[in-house]
Design a protein around this ligand. Structure first.
Ligand SMILES: *Cc1c(COP(=O)(O)O)cnc(C)c1O
Length: 400
């Protein structure tokens, strides 16, 4: 496999990032240990000051080599199903292991019981099917509720409270399906309705939770606030979050869990890529890169959003504007339009920001694209290889 490895023009990089060696093979995810530690400190202080318990939602960030950085701050991991639960149990054997899945499988449930401490069910039907078994195995059992309070605009695919949503049990479903025997099985309730949000929408959601489920909360041991809290984002209102946590603790006597994913690894990673070619069509200059939105940063197309790029401006802001795109056959494999002080050329090194979340765990090899290496940026700025990938990683998923 031949990949470009020419000398990068470091003028494109932020000064603090000039340490990247010429030999850096791209594409590569660079996970910044200093930034992870900074996030962990914010999270640890929150837990200390409020007594809430903090879980890492692994679906956003599951590069387990870095979990030890969070060790002092987190109480456990949150899993979307069997494999993430197993990963959490294997990599942090002494931490709590929580799992929520919209529907569990009969042929997986016994194994899941080996890993999970808390099992959250999505519906009264799932609770009826598996709840007694989980209880006999000594698990803490929860039900995900849907407070029917949408607090986000624009991103319908990230709104579990959208009309007709399958995620969580509404009060109407509860009243229709929750027999006293099923209610008896419950240790806690769980809601997850936010996405990259501040604590204001959490306060609104909590009011809706109280309105819909306030009568059943006093008999619960815990309440899980789910994820979507952008706790480590500069400017996040931590005061209101603490107020929400204390209010739930005092009003209902529950242990409060938070299970953010993004907040742990926010602004803690880069995707390094190089320019392979420049094309021009109808006045649009496109820099074709050795990375792909579709394969390496699928949220750019799914959400969609334009990722930050170190030392680049808005289109037209700096002297040279380019559309950045992937080398795949997908016409829409476009990352976005950016401008630069200097012209781009084959070999130019580019560094996308905030690339630790929903990236390494979402990559794919569509078009036979190579997977980016995973590199750790240590506290002293040195880069250490965590994992590289090759042809076998592409091939082994496709056949015998
Ligand atoms: C996605 C998800 C999370 C984590 O969300 P972030 O936006 O990454 O904080 C937590 N809990 C559940 C149930 C989720 O689906």
């Amino acid at each position: 496999m031949s990949r470009t490895d020419t000398r990068p023009p470091f003028a494109l990089l932020d000064k603090s990032l000039k340490a990247f060696p010429d030999s850096l093979v791209t594409p590569a995810f660079i996970i910044d240990e200093t930034a992870l530690a900074r996030n962990a400190r914010v999270m640890g202080r929150l837990a200390e000051e409020t007594g809430c318990r903090l879980l890492l939602a692994q679906k956003a960030f599951s590069n387990y080599d870095f979990y030890p950085i969070f060790a002092g701050a987190l109480d456990g991991t949150e899993a979307s199903g069997l494999y993430e639960a197993r990963l959490g149990r294997e990599t942090l054997p002494d931490a709590e292991c929580h799992v929520f899945c919209a529907a569990y499988r009969d042929d997986e449930f016994d194994e899941l019981l080996k890993y999970a401490d808390h099992i959250v069910f999505n519906s009264p039907g799932q609770l009826a099917r598996f709840g007694a078994k989980a209880r006999r195995a000594g698990k803490s059992i929860g039900l995900r509720i849907n407070p029917e309070k949408s607090t986000q605009e624009g991103h319908a695919i990230y709104d579990p409270c959208a009309p007709g949503s399958r995620l969580g049990t509404t009060r109407e479903q509860w009243d229709r399906q929750m027999t006293p025997d099923l209610v008896e099985l419950l240790d806690g309730l769980h809601f997850h309705t936010l996405c990259e949000q501040d604590s204001g929408p959490l306060a609104e959601t909590l009011a809706a939770v109280e309105e819909k489920f306030g009568d059943v909360l006093p008999r619960m041991k815990w309440l899980n606030f789910g994820g979507g809290h952008h706790i480590t984002r500069p400017g996040y209102d931590l005061g209101l979050l603490k107020k929400c946590i204390r209010q739930a603790q005092q009003k209902w006597g529950v242990t409060v869990y938070l299970e953010p994913g993004e907040a742990w690894a926010l602004n803690a990673g880069y995707l390094a890529a190089r320019v392979l070619d420049i094309t021009e069509n109808g006045g649009v200059k496109t820099a074709v890169l050795d990375t792909s939105a579709a394969c390496h940063m699928p949220d750019v197309l799914e959400m969609p959003y334009r990722p930050p790029l170190i030392c680049a401006g808005e289109p037209g802001e700096k002297a040279h504007t380019y559309r950045l795109a992937g080398p795949t056959c997908l016409a829409g494999d476009v990352i976005g339009d950016y401008s630069f002080d200097e012209k781009l050329a084959p070999g130019s090194l580019l560094l996308f920001g905030d690339m630790a979340i929903y990236t390494t765990c979402k990559t794919n090899t569509f078009n036979g694209m190579p997977l980016p290496a995973i590199i750790s940026r240590k506290k002293d700025g040195t880069l250490v290889k965590v994992k590289t990938f090759g042809y076998e990683d592409f091939r082994t998923r496709l056949g015998s």
